[in-house]
Each structure stands twice: as C-alpha cells, then as structure tokens.
Design a protein around this ligand. Structure first.
Ligand code: NI
Ligand code: MN
Length: 225
C-alpha cells in the first residue's frame, strides 16, 4: 500500500488499484508550494470535516479528477453547490465501496465550511481495504470513542494529528495509539502554522518510549506500507 503526503492533513493512499485522497489542502499551504494539484490523481476524495485547511482544494481536485467525494452529508452538499458531480454523502456509520468497507466515525472538533455554512459533524475514517486496515482520526482531541476502533479492525497503521493546539499533540497521540491498539502511526497536522510547529525528534521519542513508531512524512514523500 502506497502512502503519499501532500502536507498538513492531506495524503493519498493507493490500495486495491484505487486512489484515495484525504483532506485536500495544498495551494493554501506555503510549505506545499512544490506540489502541483493538477498532477494529483484520485478515484475517491475523503473529507473529515469542512474547515478550510481540509477542503481548500477539494472543488478543484474533484472537478479535475472526477473523483467521488465521500464526506458528511453537509460537506457533500457544499461540494455539490460548488459544482462537484460525483458524491457519496455519509453520516456516522459504515458503507461499502470498491476499495472496501468504510466507517465514518466521530471526532471531537468543529466543522463549518470556509464560507461559514454548517459543515455537519467532524469525523474520521476507518478503511477496511483488502491489503490493509487503517484509521485516520481527522482533527480531534483524544477521546474515549477511539477505544471502539480495535473492536472493528486490527489496524496495520493509523494517521493521527500531532500538532496540538487544534488537535491532539504527540503526548495525546501516544495514548490514542494505545486506544486504537496500533504501533505504527503517521503524524499529520503539524508545522503548517505557527500554532502547530513541533519538535520532530521529541515527538518521535515519545512514541519510541511507548514501544511505538511515529513517522513524520516529508511533503511529497511516498511511503510503502
Ligand atoms: Ni479543523
Ligand atoms: Mn485542521
């Protein structure tokens, strides 16, 4: 399974011949200025919530690629109003897709669209693909609901925010990794803005001390998992 990082909380995962793109926010991210959104391919775009740092390039990439946008009903409605044709609205629960079963699970955060429209509830995704099972929490603080994740799936890896301030920091993400019973964590939502700048080595050491691995990908980097 291929994981490619596009900065902030935007990443692509290729599995079962399908390309899944998460939380597209690239052109608004100074750190990701070398990424050309016109070169990004996607069959599905999964959106955790409506904040600008998660939907900034959603409309452009959805229209470029013809990908199906999977998100909360309200986020999907906003995408449709902005011209996106292929959509699959969800609320918390699960559904089946070509790439496998997908759980849309709660996150403790907020969700409004960039223009202030209601964005529904913020969430995270648990993907049950054939090759691997993985969890992306979306923007959230540490929460007890994460303990449900291992009842649904034995995870191969998880993507968690580690930047603090708006979400979990590395300390909380270590506990989250425990809750979801996963030892391989890819950190996202760090360094983009002043509020979420982190010490990479210190964050990795916290995971190491707990017998876990934290990967902090470089923007543009592809990791084989
Ligand atoms: Ni947010
Ligand atoms: Mn965010």
């Amino acid at each position: 399974m291929k994981f490619t990082f596009y900065g902030h909380a935007c990443f692509a995962i290729e599995t079962g011949g399908k390309k899944l793109l998460f939380d597209p926010f690239i052109t608004g991210n100074e750190l990701a200025k070398d990424i050309d959104i016109n070169k990004i391919e996607a069959d599905y775009i999964l959106v955790s919530h409506g904040h600008g740092d998660h939907v900034g390039d959603l409309i452009a990439i959805a229209n470029n690629t013809g990908a199906t946008v999977v998100a909360a009903y309200e986020v999907v409605g906003w995408a449709q109003q902005n011209g996106v044709k292929n959509v699959h609205p969800m609320n918390f629960g699960s559904a089946h897709f070509e790439f496998g079963k997908l759980h849309f699970l709660p996150a403790w955060h907020s969700s409004a669209m960039p223009g202030g429209e209601y964005g529904g509830n913020p969430g995270g995704f648990l993907v049950h693909a054939e090759e691997h099972k993985f969890y992306y929490s979306g923007d959230t603080c540490l929460m007890m609901d994460m303990q449900l994740v291992p009842r649904y799936a034995k995870l191969d890896f998880a993507i968690l925010p580690v930047g603090g301030n708006f979400t979990m920091d590395a300390d909380d993400a270590v506990i989250a990794a425990d809750f979801i019973q996963c030892d391989k964590i890819i950190g996202v939502h760090f360094d983009t803005f002043g509020y979420i700048k982190i010490d990479h080595n210190a964050a990795k050491e916290k995971f190491k001390a707990a017998g876990k691995e934290l990967i902090l990908p470089m923007i543009g980097e592809t990791i084989i998992l």
